[in-house]
Design a protein around this ligand. Structure first.
Ligand code: GUN
Ligand code: FE
Length: 435
């Protein structure tokens, strides 16, 4: 029981109340990890079996579990590394750190921390890059299975322009990705993504392998990076001189599509944006990462308002990103739009973190809404979680203001509870930390 908010489509303006359902005294009936009923407390109570356990989250706000569509689980210890730009950051800090994931015990330990942080930050689904090592993907998916989370992840494919300890080959990337798919795809709520890191670290032979994998498994997600940084773009075009542009590198290997997620997409040309739009590919906005690495201002409105709109999602990009919190991420997204003379209203941002990201992943039948029949992944938010928030909350008198306060001042402290498959995922951690 609590106040509930969910979206049925993207809000067109701050007054577009038909885009969402809000109950000031709402409830969800949860059975076997699924939402059985949603609505007013009175209606849900009437539909509930006799003696059902009631959890009272009033006055907090219950939203669908937050979704993060791009991050790197082997970069938890890279976060906050002092670098001038993307390529320096990768070579100096990120690649050496990812080399440590050759040790299975290390991968398992970090996977444990990763799932703890997701729960603490109210994120119930993430689309993750593992490292090049197959065992890192095994550790990730095993932990996800244990926690009952819906995750999308892949063993990274990379066979050049990185340290020896971080390279596979076209053959091993094929065999190991196939093994990861066989072992983990569809096990529990796990989804395997085909994950060539980016064009710079894959030879044409390995890009061919990515194409073959997708033609064998056309229902899988694809994730990679695209057009993040000017030097990265120039180097990519040198490596693939036959391609028209960076996007065309991926298009030539048939990697564009409705389940393909391209991290960053900051500097796309009109032609590239058309290709993204025509293929239904998703451009992933990573606000804190784009600011931290100085990559640029993601042109959200330019991409979504053009005649051929590009689908977009939003993500932390840990560890180029600087916060696990989707609330903080959308706070920075708001500021990036401000610098472009654009607004991002709080209904849009809450839509993006929930249903919008679920749509980008083609997973709205399971997550991102409070629809009966979907998985009971929920985030409970407290707009008065800290003294400064509580002070501001005293004078908040609309839902829009509450959402904007949560997004602008909130972080993990604003997450009162996280439910994964109907089970509390955050409070058990709080209990451990209090010991
Ligand atoms: N491009 C290729 N690899 C990476 C990565 O790990 N992080 C970011 N932000 N960009 C990348
Ligand atoms: Fe990334």
């Amino acid at each position: 029981r609590g106040r509930t908010l969910s979206f049925n489509r993207a809000p067109q303006s701050i007054d577009d109340s038909a885009a969402y359902a809000y109950e000031s005294d709402g409830a969800l009936l949860i059975e076997n990890g699924l939402i059985k009923a949603a609505g007013t407390y009175t209606a849900v109570k009437a539909a509930a079996p006799e003696g059902v356990e009631e959890i009272d989250h009033r006055p907090h706000l219950i939203v669908p579990g937050l979704i993060d569509t791009h991050l790197h689980f082997p970069q938890m210890q890279v976060l906050a590394s002092y670098a001038a730009n993307l390529l320096e950051w990768l070579n100096t800090y990120t690649f050496p750190e990812e080399c440590r994931f050759v040790e299975t015990a290390h991968a398992e330990r970090i996977a444990g921390h990763f799932f703890d942080e997701m729960a603490r930050h109210g994120t119930t689904t993430a689309t993750a890059y593992c490292s090049v090592h197959k065992a890192s993907a095994d550790a990730f998916f095993a932990e996800s299975l244990r926690r009952g989370t819906c995750m999308v992840a892949g063993k990274v494919m990379m066979d050049r322009n990185a340290p020896q300890g971080l390279l596979d080959t076209p053959e091993t990337s094929y065999d190991e990705t196939r093994a990861v798919i066989a072992n983990w795809h569809g096990k529990g709520r796990n989804h395997v993504a085909i994950t060539p890191r980016f064009a710079i670290t894959s030879t044409p032979e390995q890009m061919e392998v990515a194409r073959s994998l997708l033609s064998e498994f056309p229902h899988l997600h694809v994730q990679t990076h695209l057009s993040e940084n000017r030097d990265e773009i120039a180097y990519t075009c040198e490596l693939f001189p036959e391609a028209q542009d960076y996007t065309d590198v991926y298009a030539r290997y048939d990697l564009l599509g409705r389940k393909s997620l391209f991290g960053h997409c900051i500097h796309l040309s009109e032609r590239e944006a058309d290709a993204m739009s025509e293929s239904g590919s998703v451009a992933v906005f990573c606000p804190t990462s784009n600011l931290f690495l100085g990559s640029g201002l993601f042109p959200l409105r330019v991409l979504t308002r053009r005649e051929k709109p590009v689908r977009v999602s939003v993500a932390t990009d840990i560890g180029g990103g600087t916060s696990y919190s989707m609330l903080k991420t959308l706070d920075e997204a708001y500021k990036i739009l401000q610098l472009q003379g654009e607004r991002l209203n709080p209904f849009e941002t809450f839509y993006m973190m929930t249903r919008g990201n679920a749509e980008a992943l083609s997973l709205t039948d399971r997550i991102g809404t409070l629809e009966p029949g979907t998985d009971a992944d929920l985030t409970v938010l407290n707009m008065a979680a800290t003294p400064p928030m509580a002070l501001r909350a005293e004078v908040v008198n609309s839902l829009a203001d509450e959402l904007f306060l949560l997004q602008t001042m909130g972080d993990d402290r604003a997450v009162a509870e996280t439910y994964v498959g109907g089970r509390p995922a955050k409070s058990p951690l709080d209990a451990i930390q209090a010991d």
